[in-house]
Design a protein around this ligand. Structure first.
Ligand code: PEP
Ligand code: MN
Length: 264
């Protein structure tokens, strides 16, 4: 069902308030790795509005390699995130980690994110097949392109056709970067599926200084959008600060992304 053989016409999602995802527009989503506080959200939301970025990312349930790392503000954080975003016309994308959270989070999100560690959590995918909200599925940490498409097929065949695929880097033998951003996946996915394809260069390379060039390359490769991490003070971020852009870097990137998109 997610194949171009089944549907040739590209899928375009309408998140409301004129925010679209898919062919015909460049989708930009930015925000901190983790939602941390009201003040943090206030400053990033103003930054997004100043740069006409309509979607904010930010985790309240964080999958951390160590149980001692910050694991997110949970539902309380999400409710505040939702309230502040609504008031500003900003759309929310945030990670759902388990089946029981789907219902709980439903009314407070615009897009459910399935993280790289959950791409093959088939029970979670089944549950998301039954909701009427868009789902952004990240490629698994060591997942193939075909496996990503199969994960999307779970949600689509369950009845939810509102899907976005995200290349976020895979684990390879290379250790110079956090992950290896597989830009090959962009043209391959665009040919294989009618679904929107976006790229996360922050997790893809994991090194702040190199995030902008990978983001620009992803757009030239045909990505429908970019999701990246931004924070007023990346060095103080509760998670992923090393790959997070400050506002100056973020504003410059948005400007350049729009220019590069025009060149396609
Ligand atoms: C994130 O978006 O902060 C995240 C945890 O991403 P991934 O699942 O791609 O590692
Ligand atoms: Mn992160």
């Amino acid at each position: 069902l997610v194949s171009r053989k089944w549907r040739v016409r590209p899928t375009v999602l309408d998140l409301g308030d004129g925010v679209r995802v898919g062919e015909g527009s460049l989708t930009l989503a930015a925000g901190p790795c983790s939602i941390e506080s009201e003040a943090q959200m206030e400053s990033i939301m103003q930054h997004l509005l100043d740069n006409d970025v309509r979607i904010m990312r930010g985790g309240v349930f964080k999958p951390r390699s160590s149980p001692y790392s910050f694991r997110g503000l949970g539902m309380e954080g999400l409710k505040l995130f939702h309230q502040m975003a609504r008031a500003r016309g900003i759309k929310i994308v945030t990670e759902v980690m388990q089946v029981s959270q789907v219902e709980e989070m439903h009314d407070y999100v615009d897009v459910f994110q399935v993280g790289a560690r959950n791409t093959q959590n088939f029970n979670l995918l089944d549950a998301l097949g039954g909701v009427d909200k868009p789902v952004l599925i990240k490629r698994g940490i060591s997942g193939t392109i075909e496996e990503l498409l199969s994960s999307a097929e779970y949600v689509f065949s369950g009845g939810n056709e509102k899907l976005i695929l995200c290349e976020r880097g895979i684990r390879t033998f290379e250790t110079a970067s956090r992950n290896t951003l597989d830009l090959n996946a962009v043209p391959i996915l665009k040919e294989k599926t009618h679904l929107p394809v976006i790229v996360d260069p922050s997790h893809g390379i994991g090194i702040r200084d190199y995030v902008p060039s990978m983001a620009l390359a992803a757009v030239m490769a045909g990505a429908d959008g970019i999701i990246y991490e931004a924070h007023e003070k990346p060095e103080e971020a509760a998670s992923d600060g090393a790959q997070t852009l400050n506002f100056q870097e973020s504003a410059r990137l948005v400007h350049n992304l729009r220019k590069v998109y025009q060149l396609r």
